[in-house]
Design a protein around this ligand. Structure first.
Ligand SMILES: Nc1ncnc2c1ncn2[C@@H]1O[C@H](COP(=O)(O)OP(=O)(O)OP(=O)(O)O)[C@@H](O)[C@H]1O
Length: 253
């Protein structure tokens, strides 16, 4: 299987606090990797490192075999990486479609200059992007609300809009920060099916506190505790690992 993302011995310090210590993991194409751990374990920091929001003090990050040096969050989509945020991160003053178009923006071939010089092409690009955004909404069953403002929609639908915004760029790697939080039981089941279907198109990394869901959806799981990887492997292995049970899962019933 193709290794898309490889993180090797990454350490992140915030002043005196070590948020990640010598963390290594790899994400292969077509897989769903779960990242779990108690609050403050370093899960979001890990996403921030991959996204270029946080620079590690040491360690390397490779994307499709090439080492990343000082990559920036605004280059992520064109690299083929998309991310959803904890919570929603939708723009309240923009319609659902416009929110999704924000995710498609980095793909626009027409920058400000070509927009000035070639209005026709810019218009064509915009129409293509709109079509693509509508298709993405359709794929998630929410094309009907494309003109609505996010605040008028139930939380589960808004969460799908946030997913659409990440998917519209057709990423090779999708980073999902707590995708199941705040969802009802039937929506969580639906999300399981959706992620499983998505994994045929892209690799997925999920940070999630709903452990049962993680164990169902993920092919591999990495467990962080105080910034360190304390276990990594298949869900069945993780569930029976004594360090994981002690640090996070508690005594099995
Ligand atoms: N920008 C920052 N400046 C200082 N400390 C930070 C910063 N970002 C994270 N931290 C600290 O780093 C540690 C790891 O935080 P992080 O948010 O990555 O954990 P987490 O596993 O995502 O937690 P949660 O499950 O609560 O979201 C925490 O102690 C946190 O307070």
């Amino acid at each position: 299987m193709i290794e898309l993302l490889s993180i090797e011995k990454v350490t992140v310090r915030f002043d005196g606090l070590v948020a990640l210590r010598d963390v290594s993991l790899a994400v292969e194409d077509g897989t769903v990797l779960g990242v779990i751990g108690p609050n403050g374990a370093g899960k979001t920091t890990l996403f921030n490192v991959v996204s270029g929001l946080v620079r590690p003090q040491s360690g390397t990050i490779r994307w499709c075999g090439t080492q990343l040096h000082g990559h920036r969050p605004d280059s992520l989509a064109s690299m083929g990486i998309s991310r959803t945020l904890q919570g929603l991160g939708l723009f309240p003053g923009m319609s659902v479609l416009d929110n999704v178009l924000v995710g498609a923006g980095p793909l626009a071939r027409s920058g400000p200059l070509s927009t000035l010089l070639g209005l026709r092409r810019a218009a064509r690009d915009e129409a293509e992007l709109r079509d693509r955004a509508m298709e993405t909404l359709e794929g998630l069953g929410i094309a009907g609300v494309h003109a609505a403002m996010p605040s008028s929609l139930p939380y589960g639908i808004r969460k799908r809009v946030a997913l659409a915004r990440a998917l519209v760029a057709e990423p090779r790697l999708l980073l999902l920060d707590e995708p199941a939080s705040g969802l009802a039981a039937d929506e969580i089941d639906e999300l399981e099916e959706r992620i499983t279907a998505l994994s045929t198109r892209c690799a997925v990394v999920v940070v999630e506190h709903n452990i049962d869901w993680v164990m169902r959806v993920c092919s591999r799981v990495v467990v962080l505790d105080f910034g360190e990887v304390i276990a990594a492997g298949r869900p069945a292995y993780i569930q029976n690992d004594q360090r994981v049970i002690d640090a996070y899962l508690g005594v099995p019933a």
